[in-house]
Design a protein around this ligand. Sequence first.
Ligand code: HEC
Ligand code: HEC
Ligand code: HEC
Ligand code: HEC
Ligand code: HEC
Ligand code: HEC
Length: 361
Amino acid sequence: MKKKILVLLGLAIILVVVVLIFVSCKTAATAETTAAAATVAETTAAATTAAEVTEVVAGDESACADCHNDTTVIFSKETQYSNSVHGTGLNFERNDAGCAVCHTSEGFTARVAAGATLAVADDATAIQNASPVNCRTCHNIHTTYTKADWALKTVAPVTLEFTGDVYDKGNSNLCASCHQPRPGTDIPVAGGPAVEITSTRYGPHHGPQSSMLLGVGGFGEYKGSSVHYDATENGCIDCHMTDSAFGKQAGGHTWRMGYVFHEAETEFLAGCLKCHEDIESFDRNGVETELAPMVEELRLLLVKQGLIDDTGAGIAGTFTAEQAGALWNYKTFTEDRSNGLHNPGFGKFLLQTGIDALKAK
Ligand code: HEC
Ligand code: HEC
Ligand code: HEC
Ligand code: HEC
Ligand code: HEC
Ligand code: HEC
């Protein structure tokens, strides 16, 4: 009997000790998460108080469930993203300081934190374990841990690094901060000095879509932004991110403008239909039909005068300002890759100016 009481007493003491250890651990853990949450709150511009964040992390899971719930709000977007070039492209290995600011999630995040200008760091140390553009690059995921985190990381107007013009078109300012020409070479000036071309990649880099919409950054005098800049509310997003009935093939978070239907490449017109009620193809009023032969004419002239080879790669050498300008315009038009649709008027100007400059030679 006495022995039984002693055993019970022992068990009771062990239980108390276990409870005490548990409680003290839990307090320490909460303190740690609170500290972490406080830092998060401090470092973000979002107007959530540390107390609110603490409350979420300490156990009120309702805010997590704003997003992590039984709907497909995250899953549907992840599915679309998984087929996007942001998600599948392999160019996030361009992770040196000068490239990482646009090509990696980590580099872009650091750039925005530093004030949204292109250059972040001078040291060329490559980012380790870099990620491509993803949910966290564009959205403030896990910042306040509420639905407010779908807010875009930046929608500030973008002063284009290369030309100094301001791109300001709602949510697509996010896109323009990366999809802009890269400084490097000056644009040739008509009648100016000869131009020495040293790089086979001469031109405005691969993503000059924002300058194309603004109608800036070409060789020759041109005034006027695109109808598709002026008329749209959110620029790129109005056409590339329209809700889509084509799953992960086009629109939404695929950013793609085409899908396959009955084994045929089909143009994604959902965005266009918002403004052009009876549009049947991208080639509205024959704009692409008019521009395509001009691209070919300019290309052949450039090959003939020794500025590019048959594959389109630049050839090093010294050329007149007009010749270099023609090449500049050709690269701007082709690197934009919308076949002129981003800015039909400017597209035609670029090609015509290039052709005229080479023919005058
Ligand atoms: C604004 C919506 C949103 C809220 C609110 C939110 N999450 Fe998430 N969470 C996401 C998204 C989006 C991902 C996927 C991120 C990715 O794929 O990069 C994710 C991913 C996760 C993951 C997977 C691991 C990871 O980090 O990728 C965990 C775990 C998670 N969330 C936990 C939480 C918890 C716990 C909370 C609340 C404290 C919370 N989330 C609140 C949107 C949210
Ligand atoms: C952080 C920089 C960044 C932001 C922000 C960004 N992009 Fe991109 N985008 C890229 C890079 C880099 C690629 C090429 C990825 C690769 O090839 O690995 C790309 C690829 C694309 C492509 C596919 C091009 C192709 O090769 O077919 C489209 C379309 C596109 N982006 C549209 C957009 C739109 C629209 C937005 C705004 C909602 C946007 N991007 C925001 C950097 C960015
Ligand atoms: C201002 C932002 C920005 C910077 C800085 C930048 N890129 Fe890009 N780059 C882009 C965007 C946006 C695309 C995708 C454009 C598209 O597909 O139309 C791209 C595409 C590319 C591609 C794919 C081209 C193709 O035809 O598929 C390569 C390669 C590339 N970049 C290399 C680099 C390298 C190397 C650097 C650094 C020396 C660099 N980029 C710096 C924005 C940038
Ligand atoms: C290249 C930038 C970019 C990336 C990457 C991106 N988003 Fe988005 N997302 C946007 C933009 C821009 C919008 C607003 C679209 C609009 O205005 O129609 C948006 C809207 C959303 C919305 C609707 C938000 C609301 O307020 O209702 C959700 C949900 C969402 N994204 C989830 C995701 C998830 C999940 C991922 C990762 C798989 C992701 N996004 C990746 C740019 C991006
Ligand atoms: C008026 C609608 C519209 C707007 C606005 C628009 N685009 Fe496009 N974009 C298109 C169409 C249409 C194509 C494809 C043209 C074709 O294939 O003939 C395209 C092509 C592209 C491509 C080439 C890859 C692909 O998907 O075919 C990229 C990259 C791109 N756009 C990015 C952007 C960015 C970044 C912006 C904003 C700065 C933007 N676009 C604004 C309609 C638009
Ligand atoms: C926000 C409204 C809006 C959207 C979205 C839009 N456009 Fe336009 N577009 C216009 C306006 C306005 C004009 C100039 C007036 C006109 O031609 O009707 C124009 C002109 C054009 C032109 C030049 C026509 C000419 O005769 O010179 C083409 C081509 C074109 N759009 C194609 C498209 C395609 C393809 C899409 C979808 C990828 C699209 N547009 C999306 C508003 C829009």
